[in-house]
Design a protein around this ligand. Structure first.
Ligand code: FES
Length: 233
């Protein structure tokens, strides 16, 4: 007969050779982070539904032909996971080089927001700022937006949609969305207008989750004397 302890035993997976227990429902990313692994992310925000779009969090799972996004993969009993093989580290570096190549800059003022340093920090960690993929850029800034609170500097946007998702999932406002595809992808409000004419309540959640500083607090930048506020307007 099964003892109480045995019946409550948690499933386990092997993470970089170490057996780790997990709660059913946890993702491989959550288990990895809890175990102290520095798995990089860009489209992930723990408050939001995982999207799995940036692919930076890929890990190798024994039996899987290609690396999988750990943020959208549920942990399974007996799984064998490698979080930082040479293959996934190389893949992450290439992805970061591609992302960085689309932006005007990756090093931005920390006053742009809590998460604004995420891309720059990762580019530095992976030495991915060499300009190997210089070329087309996506996202067109809206320095013409007259609202006094939020700078919409989409030259720095990487289409992670964290702003769109936080606006919808956390605030329930649905003030912003994405339009077009590929290099033409653009975060926008209805009819391409201004934020103050949309459902935006200027709560600032989008600024706080943006990992590149594409959205920023105008008041903080004004305080810092950031000339970006005047660019193109
Ligand atoms: Fe997992 Fe972006 S963080 S795909």
């Amino acid at each position: 007969m099964q003892s109480v302890n045995e019946s409550q035993e948690l499933p386990t997976l092997t993470l970089d050779g170490e057996e780790i227990a997990f709660t059913p429902g946890e993702t491989v990313y959550e288990v990895s982070t809890r175990a102290g692994k520095a798995v990089p992310t860009l489209c992930y925000d723990p408050r939001l539904e995982a999207l799995g779009s940036c692919r930076l969090c890929v890990v190798e799972v024994e039996g899987q032909r290609v690396p999988v996004a750990s943020c959208t993969t549920r942990a399974e009993d007996g799984m064998k996971v490698t979080t930082a093989s040479a293959k996934v580290e190389a893949q992450r570096r290439t992805l970061l080089e591609l992302v960085a190549s689309e932006n005007r800059e990756v090093t931005v003022d920390a006053l742009r927001g809590v998460a604004s340093q995420e891309l720059g920090t990762l580019v530095e960690r992976y030495d991915a700022g060499g300009g190997r993929f210089a070329g087309a850029q996506s996202g067109a800034s809206r320095p013409d937006d007259p609202n006094p609170f939020i700078l919409r500097d989409y030259d720095l946007c990487i289409s992670c949609y964290r702003c769109v998702r936080v606006c919808a999932e956390q605030e329930g406002d649905y003030a912003i969305s994405m339009a077009n595809r590929g290099f033409a992808t653009q975060i926008t409000v209805e009819f391409g207008g201004h934020l103050q004419d949309s459902a935006c309540t200027f709560c600032g959640q989008c600024v706080q989750t943006c990992p590149t500083g594409a959205l920023a607090d105008k008041k903080a930048l004004r305080f810092a004397g950031d000339g970006t506020l005047n660019r193109g307007s």
